[in-house]
Ligand binder design. Structure first.
Ligand SMILES: C[S@@+](CC[C@H](N)C(=O)[O-])C[C@H]1O[C@@H](n2cnc3c(N)ncnc32)[C@H](O)[C@@H]1O
Length: 225
């Protein structure tokens, strides 16, 4: 069943602006962890692109030929378009990828999986949108294996316009394997100083450090050639 767009994912624009600022460090880490160093000539997807910041950063660090960012939120996509500058990225309001069969060399999503109702359908549609041999990097800290998750699930639901789904890392791995991916994963292991106390999401300094080093996880999902 098609999913209806929303105007914005979080309850306020200020919240989304703050999320963008916070996520820049995490996007840099995701890019640093990629096996693919040279994206020249490559076509890239960002699923759940929000205001387009990741694709702008990626192009600055690893210039690609072309990118598409899709998101369910109309206002966020409008901001992504307004901020595009000279980056060769198209931004679309979309919740499925039917118009992109075997199109992308590399796909990304950063903290989007827990907002998707049907993870099996998502795994299948990313698989279909990748070229043979294509790779999907999916970063997920909002999963049910983290000690902070029971608190976070309730907290995130207070500002998310979409239902929040708590799933284990095992269930994500299983969904992607079933869709035909070879599944690899690693800890996110952020390797820089983390600003302490900027968010009330963490109960202690230790919890915050453990989240960014050990709880947050990066899947690397490969479609066979
Ligand atoms: C937590 S935000 C993360 C945004 C961005 N990836 C980042 O790292 O800052 C989740 C994003 O996923 C988008 N999203 C949620 N469900 C979606 C769906 N079914 N299709 C496309 N985008 C979706 C939301 O609108 C929101 O922009």
């Amino acid at each position: 069943m098609p999913i209806k767009p929303v105007s914005i994912w979080a309850t306020s624009q200020a919240h989304e602006d703050e999320m963008n600022d916070d996520h820049a460090m995490l996007w840099r880490r995701m890019i640093a962890l990629m096996a693919e160093q040279d994206l020249t000539g490559r076509t890239v997807l960002d699923f759940g692109c929000n205001q387009g910041g990741f694709l702008r950063l990626l192009h600055g660090l690893r210039p690609y030929q072309r990118a598409v960012g899709v998101d369910i939120a109309t206002e966020s996509v409008a901001l992504a378009v307004a901020r595009r500058g000279l980056v060769p990225a198209d931004y679309r309001v979309a919740t499925d990828l039917a118009e992109f069969p075997e199109t992308f060399d590399i796909a990304f999503s950063h903290e989007v999986l827990y907002l998707l109702e049907d993870i099996g359908a998502h795994a299948r549609e990313i698989h279909a949108a990748l070229k043979p041999g294509g790779v999907y990097y999916a970063a997920i800290g909002c999963h049910a294996d983290g000690p902070e998750w029971p608190r976070w699930r309730d907290l995130i639901q207070t500002y998310s316009s979409l239902p929040v789904h708590g799933r284990s890392l095992d269930s994500y791995a299983e969904a992607f394997r079933t869709a035909g991916f070879q599944v690899f994963a690693r800890r996110f292991a952020v390797d820089e100083f983390i600003r302490i106390g900027a968010s009330d999401a963490f109960a202690t300094v230790g919890e915050q450090l453990d989240y960014y080093t050990s709880v947050k996880t990066l899947f690397r999902l490969i479609k066979a050639r």
